[in-house]
Design a protein around this ligand. Structure first.
Ligand code: UD1
Length: 360
């Protein structure tokens, strides 16, 4: 049994690492796993540092595609990944998440008759202006096995007509990584001037929030209301950097993109998180930290239903009032979704290698 495990962009690495480790722990001589990095993200802080923090080896293959328009980036991954598939002839291609690399590798493998497993299947925002939503829908439509993180995702797939025997509610491999590395992250010292529970954390990289400098400036102005009360740490994504205003609130602490452990060490001790990321909504739910999602919708509604996430969009008035409300009155602790227990990757590997044993 040979499978290709694909990662391309920053949010993929922490989802792939537990699967790689779980397959290694099986110590089955007839199981071969090849780690493929598409190179969609390539900066040291966006990629290498994550491999190091997560204990992942150098990828067996790096397609080195780099940045480009959606069509060009997706096409480059497809052309390069086709060669790898033809050379390696795997039994399975395992893709995670919703980035362009996910879709590109799923289509390429499927057209060569190679079975495709999608980890984190079934998430839906209902918003087709998000490129990730298109990637999710198309990947799920052709996947042979669909591993979901929560019951809402399984229900979405059933509603779309995916046969129940292909859907497996296994939990969340990103939370597997979080569970594994939490203690190490807690041990890291905080940057000077920050104390646990005494700062907020901000991340922004969605095109709808950062590609227009005016929109970004208005969001940062609203965040200034939080910065009036406590430092707001803002690790800046490369997509966001060129559009930052010249002057920002003096209590807004700008930082370069942070590696996995360094970011986690801040996340776990933040009083409030403001983000447009998908994964951070889940990490804060697991940690019980208040999270404001600066997007009009979420593909992860379980984090609002059970967890500590509130979707506020990017309207400055709403951001300001929701954030100040949390600073004044706190927020309920919330609940952790079923199967977010650090063992999702073991379930996935068991199903891939031993056949189907769990279902939606
Ligand atoms: C991608 C994913 C998004 C994910 C995000 C996490 C898609 C469609 N989007 O968005 O879902 O949430 O990653 O970061 O796949 N750049 C660098 N160095 C890098 C990578 C990118 O400087 O290592 C810059 C380039 O200018 C590039 C831009 O960032 O054009 C955007 O990168 P890209 O991979 O196209 O999309 P992200 O915005 O990172």
């Amino acid at each position: 049994m040979k499978f290709l495990l694909v990662a391309g962009a920053r949010p993929n690495f922490m989802k792939v690492a537990p699967i790689w480790w779980a397959s290694r722990r099986r110590k089955a001589p007839d199981v071969e796993v090849r780690l493929v990095h598409t190179g969609q993200h390539y900066d040291a802080e966006m990629s290498e540092e994550f491999f190091r923090d997560l204990g992942l080896p150098e990828p067996d293959v790096n397609l080195g595609v780099g940045s480009a328009s959606h069509a060009v980036q997706t096409a480059r991954v497809m052309v390069a990944f086709e060669e790898v598939c033809i050379r390696e002839r795997p039994d399975w291609t395992v893709v995670v998440g919703d980035v362009n690399s996910t879709l590109a590798c799923a289509i390429t493998a499927k057209k060569l008759g190679i079975r495709v497993a999608h980890v984190e299947a079934g998430l839906r925002s209902g918003d087709l202006s998000m490129p990730e939503e298109i990637n999710r829908i198309c990947t799920d439509a052709i996947a042979d096995l669909l591993f979901t993180t929560d019951r809402i995702a399984s229900q979405n797939l059933l509603r779309e007509g995916v046969p129940a025997e292909r859907i497996h509610l296994v939990g969340n491999t990103m939370i597997d990584s979080l569970v594994t590395h939490l203690e190490r992250a807690r041990q890291l010292p905080l940057p000077e001037g920050l104390v646990a529970g005494g700062f907020a954390l901000l991340t922004l990289h969605r095109p709808s929030n950062v590609d227009d400098a005016g929109v970004l400036a208005r969001i940062l102005e609203a965040v200034g209301a939080v910065a009036d009360h406590l430092p707001v740490v803002f690790p800046v994504h490369p997509r966001t950097a060129p559009n930052l205003p010249r002057q920002v609130h003096p209590n807004l602490v700008l930082a370069p993109p942070l590696g996995y452990l360094r970011f986690l060490s801040l996340l776990v001790r933040a009083r409030l998180v403001m983000t447009d990321s998908g994964g951070i909504q889940e990490e804060t739910t697991f940690l019980g930290i208040p999270c404001l999602t600066l997007r009009p919708n979420t593909e992860r509604p379980i984090t609002c239903e059970l967890g500590t996430n509130v979707v506020v969009g990017n309207d400055p008035v709403r951001i300001r009032s929701a954030a100040l409300e949390i600073l004044q009155n706190g927020m309920r602790r919330g609940m952790v979704p079923e199967y977010w227990d650090g063992h999702a990757a073991e379930r996935i590997v068991k199903i891939l290698l031993d056949g189907h044993s769990i279902s939606c």
